[in-house]
Design a protein around this ligand. Structure first.
Ligand code: HEC
Ligand code: HEC
Ligand code: HEC
Ligand code: HEC
Ligand code: HEC
Length: 167
C-alpha cells in the first residue's frame, strides 16, 4: 500500500487537473473558420446586426450566412487560408456551420428583441467584449445562468416569476 499510495495520489491529481481543464459540464466549442470580430466589428466598423440579422426583431440573433461574408470576400482580399475557406464553402454550395456558444436549455424562454430593442441593454452586458476579440470564443465569457438572469431582473424590478422564463 505504501508504495502504491504516491502513484494513487498522483493519478487522482492528474485526473482532477484534466477534468478541471476540459470542463466536461461546459464543453469547448470550435468554429469552422477562425473569425476575427475585432477586424470586422471595430476596424471595418460593421454593426452587429449586419451579421446577427435578427437580433433587434426576433428572440434569436442569428449567425451569418455565407452570402453575408461574400459581400466582401467574393474574391481574395488577404492571403489568409481561413478567408479562402469562405469561397470553398460557397463553391460547394454549403453554409458555414457556425456553432452556438451561448445557449439556454429548451425549457427557458429568452428574447433578444425584448432585451436589446425594448430594454436597451448593451450586447456587452451579456456577451462581454466580444467586439474586441480576435478569435472565436470557445466558451461563454459570461455564462447565461439562471442566477445571472434573476440578478438583473431583481435590480431592474422585472418579474422573477418562474413561468415568465420557463415554458
Ligand atoms: C462580419 C460579421 C459579424 C459582425 C459584424 C459581428 N459578428 Fe458576431 N459573430 C460572427 C460570426 C461568424 C460568429 C461565429 C464565430 C465566432 O464565434 O466568432 C459570431 C459569433 C458571435 C457571438 C457568439 C454567439 C454564439 O453563441 O455562438 C456573439 C455573442 C457575437 N458574435 C456578438 C457580436 C456583437 C456584439 C457584434 C457587434 C459588436 C458582432 N457580433 C458583430 C460574425 C459577426
Ligand atoms: C464589409 C466587408 C466584410 C464582410 C461583410 C466580411 N469581411 Fe472578412 N474581412 C474584411 C476585410 C476588409 C478584411 C481584411 C482585414 C485586415 O486584414 O485588416 C477581412 C478579413 C477576413 C479574414 C482574414 C483575416 C483574419 O485574420 O481574420 C477572414 C478569415 C474573414 N475576413 C472572414 C469573414 C467571414 C467569415 C465573414 C462573414 C461572416 C466576413 N469575413 C465578412 C471585410 C469583410
Ligand atoms: C440580456 C442578455 C443578452 C443581451 C443584452 C444580448 N444577448 Fe445575445 N444571447 C443571450 C443569450 C441568453 C443567448 C442564448 C439564447 C438561446 O440559446 O436561445 C444569446 C445568444 C446570442 C447569439 C447566438 C446565436 C443565436 O441566435 O442565439 C448571438 C450571435 C448573440 N446572442 C448576439 C447578440 C448581440 C449582437 C447582442 C446585442 C445587439 C446581444 N446578443 C445581446 C443573451 C443576451
Ligand atoms: C442586464 C439585465 C437583464 C438580464 C441579464 C436578463 N434580463 Fe430579462 N429582462 C430585463 C428587462 C429590463 C426586461 C423588461 C423588458 C421590457 O420592458 O419589456 C426583461 C424581460 C424579460 C422577460 C419578459 C418578462 C415579462 O414581463 O413577461 C423574460 C421572459 C426575460 N426577461 C428572460 C430572461 C432570461 C431567460 C435571462 C437570462 C438568460 C434574462 N432575461 C436576463 C433585463 C434583463
Ligand atoms: C429570469 C429568468 C428565470 C426565472 C425567473 C427563473 N428561471 Fe429557472 N432557469 C433560468 C435559466 C436561464 C436556466 C438555465 C441555466 C443553466 O443552463 O444553467 C434555468 C434553470 C432552471 C432549472 C434547472 C433545470 C436544468 O436544466 O438543469 C430549474 C429547476 C429552474 N430553473 C427552476 C426555476 C424555478 C422554480 C423558478 C421560480 C422560482 C425559476 N426557475 C425562475 C431562468 C429563469
Amino acid at each position: 500500500m505504501k508504495t502504491i499510495l504516491p502513484f494513487l495520489i498522483g493519478f487522482i491529481l492528474a485526473f482532477g487537473a484534466v477534468v478541471a481543464i476540459s470542463q466536461p459540464w461546459n464543453p469547448a466549442v470550435y468554429q469552422p473558420i477562425a473569425f476575427n470580430h475585432k477586424k470586422h466589428a471595430v476596424e471595418q466598423d460593421l454593426p452587429c446586426n449586419f451579421c446577427h440579422e435578427y437580433v433587434e426583431e426576433a428572440y434569436f440573433a442569428g449567425l451569418p450566412s455565407v452570402e453575408i461574408c461574400l459581400n466582401c470576400h467574393d474574391s481574395p482580399i488577404t492571403d489568409s487560408p481561413e478567408e479562402e475557406k469562405i469561397r470553398q464553402h460557397a463553391q460547394r454550395g454549403a453554409e458555414i456551420r457556425w456553432k452556438k456558444v451561448y445557449r439556454v436549455p429548451d425549457h427557458v424562454y429568452f428574447s433578444h428583441r425584448r432585451h436589446v430593442t425594448i430594454a436597451g441593454i448593451a450586447c456587452t452586458r451579456c456577451h462581454g467584449a466580444i467586439a474586441e476579440s480576435e478569435r472565436p470564443p470557445v466558451r461563454p465569457v459570461i455564462f447565461p445562468s439562471m442566477e445571472n438572469c434573476i440578478n438583473c431582473h431583481r435590480q431592474r424590478k422585472v418579474t422573477t416569476n418562474c413561468n415568465a422564463c420557463h415554458k
